[in-house]
Write a protein that binds this ligand. Structure first.
Ligand SMILES: Cc1cc2nc3c(=O)[nH]c(=O)nc-3n(C[C@H](O)[C@H](O)[C@H](O)COP(=O)(O)OP(=O)(O)OC[C@H]3O[C@@H](n4cnc5c(N)ncnc54)[C@H](O)[C@@H]3O)c2cc1C
Length: 355
């Protein structure tokens, strides 16, 4: 069977890894001359948002035999609303390195491949490939092709402004800020590389690229952030629903298939699962859409939560922070297996109705 994969990213590499288990040597086309992320940052896998999965990395290892070594564990999350702050402690997830180093997520995935044919520096067109190969897996990291195929419905469009900074940080603590004034319906976060270096990201909804800097300055001023900057970037951030996931012999995976949720903009775990499922669908002739049913439903729930949060005002963030900070509630959210995403949308909607 001849299979082409567009993109040596998270979904594409996971797909090739699964195909190798069936002794299928796929060809991956990667437009960059290297494997890795053009921008450096530290991403997160949060236990809270992927329930009922308890430990994402253990899940990936057990289900797909893919081993990912995290940069660090997340043992503390500090959440700041405009006038309140609360802390949660426990086994809260993982920090994952993204960039071009050997311990970056994509390079870790790449190191687990044995005989996949990877063609670097080749930007390809899916229409040409779909005539040459039995199947083409689109894992190009954007919804461009899904849009062209008429499968994409946009839910979030904004920008991420990021900086890698130096300073003093706790390597196990994630900090998140919520304030409508500087991120609208988005949020800001700090994820450390180590005790001397961290990534700070600001996710801002509904803005043009030219407005990004204005909101970044507002954020820095409001939160007193003034670390020396090592690197910086801004990047368009789009999330949406995709349906169907397969058109003729073309399968969509990762961000191309709507892996990124519209709640926090997380998509790594979904991208790995989608890559694997694309391979299984091709090899076993199983309906791809049905293999992705769980991801579709979970992203729908996350979008319900996003829509409910979009309606709240800054003072509601303070109220929510005060509520979540209560010991019993905090325990329930962070240290049980309660499906917070599922019940969260209803709770925020209830709060909105009570105004
Ligand atoms: C700043 C930022 C922070 C993030 N933080 C988190 C986080 O904390 N947690 C989380 O879970 N997710 C996070 N994400 C989302 C996550 O990184 C993505 O969901 C995930 O990487 C998507 O995987 P993918 O395989 O679809 O695309 P990618 O991993 O981006 O790979 C796509 C690949 O396709 C290649 N390509 C594109 N077009 C072509 C072409 N025509 N021909 C050949 N090759 C091509 C690209 O060069 C790239 O290598 C973040 C994303 C960003 C940008």
């Amino acid at each position: 069977m001849n299979i082409a994969i567009i993109g040596a990213g998270v979904a594409g590499l996971a797909c090739a890894h699964e195909l190798e288990k069936y002794n299928i040597r796929a060809t991956i086309y990667e437009k960059n001359s290297y494997i890795g992320e053009p921008i450096s940052h530290v991403s997160a896998l949060l236990e809270l948002v992927d329930r009922p999965i308890v430990d994402c990395l253990r899940y990936i290892k057990n289900e797909f035999n893919i081993e990912i070594t995290p940069l660090n564990t997340i043992n503390k999350i500090i959440t700041c609303s405009p006038n309140k702050m609360y802390e949660a402690k426990g086994n809260l997830g993982y920090f994952i390195k993204r960039g071009k180093d050997a311990d970056d997520l994509k390079n870790q995935l790449h190191a687990q491949l044995n005989n996949t044919d990877i063609r670097l520096g080749e930007k390809v067109d899916y229409q040409t490939l779909s005539k040459q190969y039995d199947f083409v897996v689109i894992a190009n990291g954007t919804p461009s092709i899904s849009k062209e195929l008429g499968c994409f419905r946009e839910l979030f469009n904004g920008y991420v402004r990021g900086s890698v900074v130096s300073g003093e940080f706790d390597p196990n603590t994630l900090i998140a800020w919520f304030d409508k004034n500087y991120c609208k319906d988005g949020y800001a976060y700090l994820t450390p590389y180590n005790s001397q270096k961290a990534f700070i990201g600001l996710v801002i909804s509904d803005i043009n690229e030219s407005e990004t800097e204005f909101y970044w300055q507002l954020f820095k001023k409001a939160e007193n952030i003034d670390y020396p900057v090592i690197e910086k970037f801004r990047i368009n951030h789009v999330a949406g629903f995709v349906y169907p996931y397969k058109v003729k012999n073309v399968l969509l995976a990762g961000n191309a298939a709507g892996a990124i949720d519209s709640f926090l903009g997380f998509g790594q775990l979904n991208s790995i699962i989608m890559g694997v499922m694309a391979a299984r669908s091709i090899v076993n002739g199983v309906d791809y859409d049905s293999l992705l049913e769980n991801i579709k439903n979970k992203n729908k729930q996350k979008h319900q939560l996003r829509k409910a949060i979009n309606k709240v005002k800054n003072k509601d963030y303070d109220k929510a922070a005060a509520l979540i900070g209560l010991p019993g509630i905090k325990q329930l959210i962070y240290n049980t297996r309660l499906d917070v995403i599922k019940y969260g949308a209803d709770s925020v909607e209830f709060m909105n109705r009570g105004k």
